[in-house]
Ligand binder design. Structure first.
Ligand SMILES: NC(=O)c1ccc[n+]([C@@H]2O[C@H](COP(=O)([O-])OP(=O)(O)OC[C@H]3O[C@@H](n4cnc5c(N)ncnc54)[C@H](OP(=O)(O)O)[C@@H]3O)[C@@H](O)[C@H]2O)c1
Length: 264
C-alpha cells in the first residue's frame, strides 16, 4: 500500500473486480469512499462490509456512465468536496464482436465510459486538488493501449487514457497532484465473463489477481505515470511498443488463424 493516505476517494466501477479491490484496500487504510456503478445492490453490500470492518464512511452512488446524466450525477457529487483527494476512473468494459458487427451505439457507450467520464470527472476534481496542493487520479487503462489484438475501440480508448494521463501529469508538475495510467494485463475479474470472452485463449501464467494489480497500483502511485503491473506484462508491453518488435507482432496479429482465435 502507498504510504500516502487519502481522506476521501471516489471510485467508478466499484461493484466488481478492480474497483471493488481498490475500495477494500483504501478502506483498510482509513480512506472514506464514494462508490459508483450501475448495480446499486452490489455497491450497498460492499459499503456495508467496509463500514463494519474499517469504520470508514462509505457512500454509494448509482450512475450509468454511458449516459451524460450518469456522469452529471457523479460530477455533482464531486462539486465542492474539499476532502476528495483521490479519483479512480476505473469503470470499463470490452466486447467480443468486431467494429463493423457492433452497433455504433455500443462504441459510443465505450467512448462515454472510458473517455468522456474520465475527462469530465478529472476536470471536476482538479481545480480543488490543485488549490489544496494535493491529490491523485488513477486512470485504469490497459496493456491493450499498445495491443494489436484488442480491437479498435477498446485499444483506442485505452490508448487515449495513457496519453491523456501522461500529458495531464506534465501540466500538473509542481502542483502536488499526481496522475497514474494503470495498464494491467489479463486480470481475474468479471470483465471477460461480461464480454463473453473465453479466458482459455490466454495461458494461465499470464493472469494476475485483482489484489496483486491494485496493490502495485497504489504502491507505485506518484512514481511515474504509466504503471504496468507484473514483469510478464512489462515484457509484453515493451515488445508491443518497441519499433523493432511491434511491426512483427502487428503482422502476426493479422494472420487469419490468429484473427479467428482472437475473435472467438
Ligand atoms: N480484467 C482485465 O483483464 C483488465 C485488463 C486491463 C484493464 N482492465 C480495465 O480494468 C477496469 C475494471 O475492469 P474489471 O476488470 O474490474 O472488470 P469488471 O469486474 O467487469 O468490473 C467493471 C466495473 O465497471 C463498471 N461499469 C461498466 N460499465 C459501466 C457503466 N456504463 N456505468 C457505470 N459503471 C460501469 C461495472 O459496474 P456495473 O456493471 O455495476 O455498472 C463494474 O463495477 C476496466 O476499465 C477495464 O477496462 C481490465
Amino acid at each position: 500500500m502507498s504510504k500516502t493516505t487519502f481522506r476521501t476517494a471516489l471510485i467508478t466501477g466499484a461493484s466488481a473486480g478492480l474497483g471493488a479491490e481498490y475500495a477494500r484496500r483504501l478502506a483498510a487504510a482509513g480512506t472514506n469512499l464514494v462508490l459508483v456503478a450501475r448495480r446499486l445492490a452490489r455497491l450497498d453490500d460492499l459499503a456495508r462490509e467496509l463500514r463494519e470492518k474499517h469504520a470508514v464512511t462509505v457512500e454509494t452512488l448509482q450512475a450509468d456512465l454511458a449516459t451524460s446524466d450518469g456522469i452529471d450525477r457523479v460530477e455533482h457529487r464531486l462539486a465542492g468536496d474539499e476532502t476528495l483527494d483521490l479519483l479512480v476512473n476505473n469503470a470499463g468494459f470490452t466486447g467480443g464482436k468486431s467494429f463493423v458487427e457492433r452497433d455504433a451505439a455500443v462504441h459510443m457507450d465505450m467512448v462515454q465510459v472510458h473517455v468522456a467520464t474520465t475527462v469530465r470527472l478529472s476536470r471536476a476534481v482538479l481545480p480543488g486538488m490543485v488549490s489544496r496542493g494535493r491529490g491523485a487520479i488513477i486512470n485504469v487503462a490497459s496493456i491493450a493501449a499498445w495491443s494489436a489484438f484488442s480491437g479498435p475501440m477498446y485499444s483506442g480508448t485505452k490508448a487515449f487514457l495513457v496519453m491523456f494521463s501522461e500529458n495531464l501529469q506534465s501540466e500538473l508538475l509542481g502542483t502536488g497532484v499526481c496522475v497514474q495510467a494503470l495498464c494491467p494485463g489479463m486480470t481475474h475479474t468479471e470483465f471477460h465473463e461480461v464480454a463473453n470472452i473465453d479466458k482459455a485463449i490466454v495461458p494461465k501464467p499470464f493472469w494476475m489477481t485483482a489484489e496483486e494489480v491494485v496493490r502495485i497500483s497504489l504502491r507505485r502511485l506518484g512514481r511515474g505515470v504509466v504503471c504496468v503491473p507484473g514483469w510478464k506484462n512489462k515484457v509484453i508491453a515493451f515488445l508491443m511498443r518497441c519499433p523493432l518488435t511491434a511491426a512483427g507482432i502487428r503482422a502476426f496479429s493479422r494472420l487469419p488463424a490468429v484473427r479467428k482465435r482472437a475473435n472467438r
